[in-house]
Design a protein around this ligand. Structure first.
Ligand code: KIV
Length: 268
């Protein structure tokens, strides 16, 4: 039986010396959950990036709590060994701790083992504390926080001035003190990703944050090349799934049009 990766494994990660960096990846549905599970990842993030990757929106702001619960349940039904983390979507926790707990409960009931919230403002720390008080483990997210992309002036690399770096390090320690189990750090220079990592006792999981974080997370569809319209610098493509799929559908169309499909073996 595959060994599961639990929230306790995550919390204790940084204290256990000699471990390889954490491997996290998104999944939004049953097939992608099965694939990443079979590949043996530690953490499966049901990211609100599903808004852009799956539903075709231009930001993550459009996805609803019901959508996130649907995606989370599809992943959880596959009973993966990795820790299932669900993103709390925009406005599901911005209106206060009570709403946040009620909304997070829907993701936990859908099968998430942990939720992720963006930001480190005072009100966000209160939300994190309320979630923990309701026994819901939380992962933080700082740097480029896509739910605040409008306020940040777009999808831009963060931490480019010494003041901004100091603010990020401060945010990381606030999120840690509030009780988060880990911290996603997005789109910062590699040196800043390392600095934040050195300053915290909880594991950092980088996306576009260089090689100094305790782990890496990537969007599944970017990594397999199924999303091929735009390739951020920090994405490494391990296959060309989009072209492979176009090719497969073209061959299917050719076979149907030529009468070659279905053949006798494929017919009742
Ligand atoms: O929604 C998402 O996929 C994310 C990752 C990029 C960290 O938050």
């Amino acid at each position: 039986m595959t060994k599961t990766f639990s929230i306790n494994d995550l919390v204790g990660y940084k204290q256990t010396r000699g471990l390889a960096p954490l491997v996290a990846i998104t999944a939004y549905d049953a097939p992608s959950a099965r694939i990443v599970d079979e590949a043996g990842v530690d953490i499966i993030l049901v990211g609100d990036s599903a808004a852009m990757v799956i539903a075709g929106y231009s930001s993550t702001l459009e996805i609803t709590l019901a959508d996130m619960a649907y995606h989370t349940a599809a992943v959880a039904r596959m009973k993966p060994a990795g820790l299932i983390v669900a993103d709390m979507p925009w406005l599901s926790y911005h209106t206060g701790p009570r709403d946040a707990v009620r909304n997070a409960a829907q993701l936990i009931r859908a099968g998430a083992q942990c939720v992720k919230v963006e930001g480190a403002s005072d009100s966000r720390l209160q939300v994190i504390e309320a979630l923990l008080d309701a026994e819901i483990p939380v992962i933080g997210h700082i740097g480029l926080t896509p739910q605040s992309a409008v306020a940040l002036g777009g999808f831009k690399v963060q931490g480019k001035t010494s003041e901004a770096v100091a603010e990020l390090v401060e945010q990381a320690s606030r999120v840690e003190e509030a009780g988060c189990s880990a911290l996603v750090v997005e789109a910062v220079p590699a040196i800043v990703g390392r600095q934040i990592t050195d300053a915290t006792t909880i594991p950092t999981i980088g996306v576009g944050a260089g090689d100094g974080t305790d782990g890496q997370v990537i969007v599944f569809h970017d990594m397999i090349g199924l999303e091929n319209r735009f390739k951020p610098r920090f994405v490494r493509r391990y296959s060309d799934a989009y072209s492979d799929h176009v090719d497969a559908v073209k061959r299917y169309a050719t076979d149907v049009r030529s009468g070659e499909f279905p053949n006798k073996d494929e017919s009742y």
